[in-house]
Design a protein around this ligand. Structure first.
Ligand SMILES: Cc1cc2nc3c(=O)[nH]c(=O)nc-3n(C[C@H](O)[C@H](O)[C@H](O)COP(=O)(O)OP(=O)(O)OC[C@H]3O[C@@H](n4cnc5c(N)ncnc54)[C@H](O)[C@@H]3O)c2cc1C
Length: 481
């Protein structure tokens, strides 16, 4: 419930135009496409902040008055992470959108929360470098994406962690810096500090420990040459086996295994055509696009290794002669600018996790079976994998990212209950059968079930949350409360 005194105090901090309790403004922040799992709820106040000092002052006030605060960097996470479950202040930081520095000496960029992926990629390209590029729309916040750890469609060999250090406003309004940024006379905020990793403390936390006001992230070289190749398999297990062979030989920098339905969605087939299985005539069961990149010599060497592998282990379809680039460039195909096709299919449900590539086929069948049991037409359960193996920043075991996906018509009566039951059974089966290492962004539907299995570690996390945020004001309902 909005109070006159609070809105006045907020307006004093950010200016009259930047703090509002008007129902029309609040309504705009009350739901996202995950409303089936996260019920719509209006904030009491919407505050737009354009500096760290204003963020600090808002937090100080909120903490004194015990008002919930929901930070928002771009607000397109589509997983309910910015829905003000318990009302309070929606802290919109889109006006904080400066790229403060691109440092080619240290290969870093220092950015504010509102900097989008598109903005950062464009600024880096002008300087001949690139940041890690997630497979999301270009409008998401690079800042929030790196903080939540994403799936990157540039080079998975760069790893999942791209943040070097941060500036964080704690719920009390106090400002801390992590990594070498903590040292006032440091050459720059570029590398990790000694002792425990304080940057890691704020990673993967959806706004529940404080508000990050600035971060310094890693940049990477642009490759001299890229080759985009597509194979096809009519058997998922053979495709996984081929992927493992390719990873052992360190041929691709990026590879995907994509179920025909997912390819049909992103290449523009309609829902009706997919239901009638029209794309099945044109597409293999599993499409296998991959990217080889590096210097000219590296790419030549990798292509020779690929030829040898194909002689020994021929894919079912070699689509090297097909010119995919006439319909869509490799960058569009692999770079995530095609995701609009997904949203036009209706509600996009995705359960995402990390597991070894070798059990991908088993997980795929599990999704189909549970999907069928809950009345989802077998063929609209699809599955995508991005194996991320080896490379200087990565572990060299099998760390595969996958999603079980459903595209449903949200106007269908009873669909919410059906979807909840499907989701719950998938979560429990994946954990009970020990099929996965970890969830990708374990929020909403999976966090509680997972914490129940985390024993003393879960308890320690709760204690850390209470220490940092004793009044429980930070993004309540999303993490550890
Ligand atoms: C169709 C689609 C496909 C996608 N595919 C991918 C993909 O393949 N790979 C990938 O990596 N991503 C993908 N994403 C994007 C990814 O979901 C978002 O990058 C990520 O969730 C962050 O969302 P956002 O940038 O809108 O941030 P927001 O929604 O603004 O914030 C996300 C969370 O971070 C918190 N937060 C925001 N700013 C701060 C701050 N300054 N301090 C503390 N907490 C903060 C918020 O409270 C919220 O909990 C996809 C998104 C869409 C819409």
């Amino acid at each position: 419930m909005a109070s006159e005194a609070i809105i006045k105090a907020l307006q004093e901090i950010v200016g009259e135009k930047n703090a509002s309790a008007s129902p029309a403004v609040r309504q705009a922040y009350s739901r996202d496409q995950n409303y089936m799992f996260n019920e719509p709820q209006q904030p009491d106040y919407v505050v737009r902040a354009n500096s760290r000092e204003k963020v600090q002052a808002v937090l100080k006030l909120a903490n004194e008055k015990k008002i919930p605060v929901v930070p928002l960097a771009a607000g397109v996470n589509i997983r309910g992470l910015c829905i003000p479950t318990r009302g309070g202040i929606l802290l919109d930081m889109r006006p904080m959108n400066k790229i403060k520095e691109i440092n080619l000496d240290m290969m870093t960029a220092t950015i504010e929360p509102g900097v989008t992926v598109g903005q950062l990629v464009a600024a880096c390209r002008k300087k001949g470098v690139r940041p890690a590029i997630p497979g999301s729309p270009a409008t998401v916040s690079a800042f929030a994406n790196y903080m939540l750890r994403g799936v990157y469609h540039s080079n998975p060999q760069d790893g999942m962690d791209h943040v070097l250090c941060m500036e964080v406003a704690l719920p009390t309004g106090e400002l801390i810096r992590t990594g070498s940024a903590a040292i006032s006379t440091s050459y720059g905020p570029y590398c990790r500090y000694f002792g425990p990793d304080l940057t890691g403390l704020f990673m993967g936390v959806p706004g529940a420990f404080g508000v990050i006001t600035e971060m310094t992230v890693k940049l990477y070289d642009l490759p001299e040459r890229q080759e985009f190749i597509v194979f096809g398999f009519d058997d998922w297990q053979r495709a996984s086996d081929f992927a493992i062979e390719m990873m052992k030989l360190e041929i691709p920098t990026l590879l995907w295994l994509i179920d025909w339905i997912a390819v049909a969605v992103i290449t523009g087939f309609t829902r009706r055509q997919i239901k009638k299985k029209v794309p099945m005539k044109a597409l293999p069961v599993c499409s296998f696009p991959f990217l080889i990149e590096g210097s000219n010599e590296d790419v030549e060497h990798k292509l020779r290794k690929l030829d040898k592998l194909v002689e020994r282990f021929p894919p079912d379809r070699d689509l090297r002669e097909v010119d995919f680039t006439s319909a869509m460039s490799p960058e569009e195909f692999l770079g995530g600018r095609n995701v609009a096709g997904m949203l036009k299919m209706g509600y996009y449900f995705a359960l995402a996790f990390l597991h070894p590539m070798s059990n991908g086929a088993e997980i795929f069948s599990m999704f189909e079976e549970i999907g069928e049991k809950h009345g989802f037409e077998k063929d609209i359960v699809s599955f995508v994998s991005t194996p991320t193996r080896s490379g200087p920043n990565n572990w060299s075991g099998q760390l595969t990212y996958s999603e079980g996906e459903l595209f449903v018509d949200q106007t269908e009566p009873g669909i919410i209950d059906k979807l909840r039951a499907f989701s719950k059974e998938c979560v429990q089966t994946l954990l009970d059968r020990k099929l996965i290492y970890s969830w990708f962004r374990p929020y909403a539907t999976v966090l509680d079930i997972t914490l129940e299995r985390s024993g003393a570690t879960g308890e320690l996390l709760r204690k850390i949350k209470n220490l940092l945020d004793p009044n429980g004001i930070m993004n309540p309902g999303k993490f550890l409360d």
